[in-house]
Structure formats: C-alpha cells, structure tokens
Design a protein around this ligand. Structure first.
Ligand code: MN
Length: 245
C-alpha cells in the first residue's frame, strides 16, 4: 500500500421517518459498506416501488465491481431496478401507476458511482462547504434552467414535486450517472425531498459540519424536517469517507 494512497472506507448511517402528516412511509433508505441509497416512492404502491428499486441495487454490494466498468454495471442495475419496480407494483408500468425516485452511490474503494433519477438529492460537504451534486428531475427545475422561474419562486410553486423522470409509471427512467472521486473527510448526504423541501441548505450545512457521527447527523436532519411540520416522508443517509484502520 503506497503511503500517498491511504485505504479509504465509508462510515455510514441511514434513517427514514414517516413525518407528521403522511399515513405511511413510502421512502426507502439504505446504507451499507458499499451502497448508499434513497428512494422516494409515490402513488398507490409507492412503498414497494421504492423498496424494489433499492433492493435491485443491494445486489451490487455482494459482487466485486470492476472500477473500469462501474458505469456499465450501474446502467444494468438501473434497467433491473426499472423492471423490479414494475413487477412490485400491481398496476405494472402503466402511466398513473406507482413509481419511485432513486438516488444511489456505489463505493469502489476510491470512487463513488452515482446514479440519480428524480428529486431526491446528494449533497457533498467538503472542506466545510456544502455542494449539491445532483440536479432535480422536476418540472420546476426545468423551468429554472430555462430562466422561466427563479429558485425563490420555485420554493412555493404548487407543482414543485412534479417529476420529469422516475422509475416505473411509464415515466422517463434515464438516470444521471457519474463517477465521484472520494477524498478523506468528505461527507455525503443522500436525502428525499421531505428534507430539502422544508430545511434550507444553510441548516443542512450546520448539522453536517457538527463533529458528530453520521447517525447523529441523519437523526438531527430528520428532526429538523419534523420541526418544520414534517409534511412528507423524510429519509437521510449520511456517509463519511474515512481512512481505514
Ligand atoms: Mn417525498
């Protein structure tokens, strides 16, 4: 092992909460030594849809992933997840049936492969700065991109959760995929919109910069969402890149 390339690993926690308004939790959150994932199911059968999407990716934890082929492996897993979601939902893939977002990261030992469909998000805390590294696949975000809406107007837009991409429901399932270089002391947050809709970025940053374990941060973020009325299911996965040993 070269002294310039220390072995890195993830320290992680996942938490998911129904919130204060919804009757059930249709989110699925998962964190393991190689996989981090958040899926936000919607429609009747949203819970099995989000669970099926995450389950399709959990299989990747077992096999060794060739670093060079990571994006291909992820693309195959997205196709498998799409099929699994349609199988899990009674109405299949028909428009109007249930569907789910999926935002996942697969750890290779030096990189994280990112897969993103929908409006769950990934934030990266690096050197004390918070970066959102995913783009929402929503109608409202498209309008912001086209200059037809300001981010401030988007916050209260009645259709802010309308998705342009999702798994299932006959929606556009194209995933955004990317490799992310891992650095020691990076901290990642994967969250459903139940967090980002009601908790502003500076509050998220404040919690993530506290010198606390991932589990504490994930629970503190969920508590903040519920303090803001908990209008939606809320899921948080927090993972630190740390030196192994
Ligand atoms: Mn949601």
């Amino acid at each position: 092992m070269s002294p310039t390339a220390p072995t890195l690993k993830l320290r992680y926690a996942a938490t998911s909460d129904t919130g204060l308004v919804r009757e059930s939790n249709q989110d699925t959150a998962y964190a393991g030594s190689r996989l981090l994932a958040v899926a936000d199911g919607f429609g009747t059968g949203g819970a099995p849809a989000s669970a099926a999407a995450v389950e399709a990716f959990r299989r990747l934890e077992d096999g060794g992933v060739p670093a060079g082929g990571l994006l291909n492996v992820l693309a195959d897993a997205v196709e498998e997840a799409e099929r699994a979601v349609c199988d899990a939902v009674a109405a299949g893939c028909a428009p109007g049936a249930a569907g789910t977002t999926l935002t996942a990261m697969l750890w290779t030992g030096s990189q994280l492969g990112l897969v993103h469909i929908g409006d769950s998000r990934v934030y990266l805390l690096r050197d004390g700065e918070l970066f959102r590294i995913t783009h929402d696949h929503t109608v409202v975000q498209s309008m912001i991109d086209e200059g037809r809406l300001t981010p401030e107007e988007a916050v209260s837009h009645p259709q802010r959760s309308l998705l342009v991409r999702a798994l299932g429901q006959g929606a556009d399932p194209r995933a955004e995929m990317r490799l992310q270089d891992a650095r020691s002391q990076d901290r990642y947050l994967l969250c459903s919109d139940g967090l980002s809709t009601v908790v502003p970025d500076d509050e998220i940053r404040r919690v993530l910069t506290a010198p606390q374990e991932p589990g504490w941060a994930a629970r503190a973020l969920v508590a903040l969402a519920n303090d803001s009325g908990g209008p939606d299911n809320v899921s948080c996965v927090v993972a630190d890149v740390v030196t192994a040993g």
